[in-house]
Design a protein around this ligand. Sequence first.
Ligand code: SF4
Ligand code: SF4
Length: 462
Amino acid sequence: MSASPQSTPGDLPFYEAARKIYPREIDGRFSSLRKAAVVALLGLFYGLPWLSLDSHQALLFDLPARKFHIFGLTLWPQDFLYLAILLILAALTLFFFTALAGRLWCGYACPQTVWTELFTWIEQWTEGTRGKRMKLDRGPWTLEKVFRKTLKQVLWIGLATYTGYTFVAYFVPIRQLSDQLWHLSLGPAATFWLFLYSLATYGNAGFLREQVCKYMCPYARFQSAMFDRSTLIIAYDQQRGEPRGARRRGVAARAQGLGDCVDCTLCVQVCPTGIDIRKGLQYECIACGACIDACDQVMDRLGSSRGLIRYTTEDTERGFAVRIVRPRTMVYAALLLGLSGYLAYSLTTRMPLIVDVIRDRNALYREVQGTQIENTYALKVINLDHGAHAYQLTASGIDGLRVAEPAEAFQTPAGSVSNVVVRLRAPADRATGVRRITIAVEAIDQRSIHVTENTRFIGPTS
Ligand code: SF4
Ligand code: SF4
């Protein structure tokens, strides 16, 4: 018989099979913080698409219309720079936060952590405590097991589907999406993304869980490069805790030759990634603080001081003061301040009007009534504002230059494009050769909305 591709000839497996982790439920300071973060962040995620501003969804990435509505600000493809800056700011904030506070993002705010927490709550509610869940998995398929497992799956699938629906609602207005779902008329793209995101939520938060952090997340791998001796980490106080072991009641641990760790393994049982923090800092640790809560409870029961496992820094452990101001935090802070300032300035001075001028290439010029030279242009006027505007054209650069068409102001609705044919006329004796002129477009109801574009006016060579 040939050896399977996953085994050596000696039947030693190449890979260790993933061990299912049953995190023990825990209460405490950091557990409450994590719950508050889950409620706040998921509240934002599920609630934001229902928020309206100026009669449309406050946060909507309307890809078919190529418009991004971000809390009263409408960004167009021409505004891609702002989006790029926003993304760079998000990345820099994460780097800055990691340099200061280590993996707090992973432990409290990462979508993987937040949804896994929610799915775990459902699991605890339907299958019971850690011990009961382990027993249920080991036991035979009884009626109760079928009922509990089915209830969990129904709730998980329902939550994952609602999550997929909410995700799509950031790209399709949520009321329109609900209506399409209700009438079973959802388009293929929306159906695809709803299905894919639901599946990703179900798979990542229900099954893969800590394996996403351990094996799939690139951030987990490169963030150690952002760590230094002043970065916040979770650490077990080896000097205080060792030698670990069970002890007799009523006799001081030191008198028994023991440290403060009673080796109850509670810190391991509550760990969502299944590691033993007593072995030292490991890349699997997402700094969630569950082991601190567990160990603090044990220390409280023993009457010892808390903090055998704690948030700390390498500098603190060596007796140095924590340095918040250090080169890497300063560089991140300076970049953040600079980019935020530039973004704020650009957005507040942003002109909600774009004008493109193209000269008519079919005719260089036209003589009109023997005394005038006429040039024709195609104007593309994009109104980036939230309201409609009436725009007026003026032209300058040659004495006597005037706009012959359009004779009156033209209206462009909010978020729309007007293609306007423009005819400019200038006295024939002044419009000779190639002249540089300026076309100005101004909103007559709001004079501050004003754009000028340079172009050429061509007349006969004298
Ligand atoms: S919870 Fe505390 S006392 Fe218990 S094993 Fe972990 S470190 Fe030791
Ligand atoms: S070691 Fe502690 S802080 Fe790190 S992931 Fe496990 S429980 Fe969370």
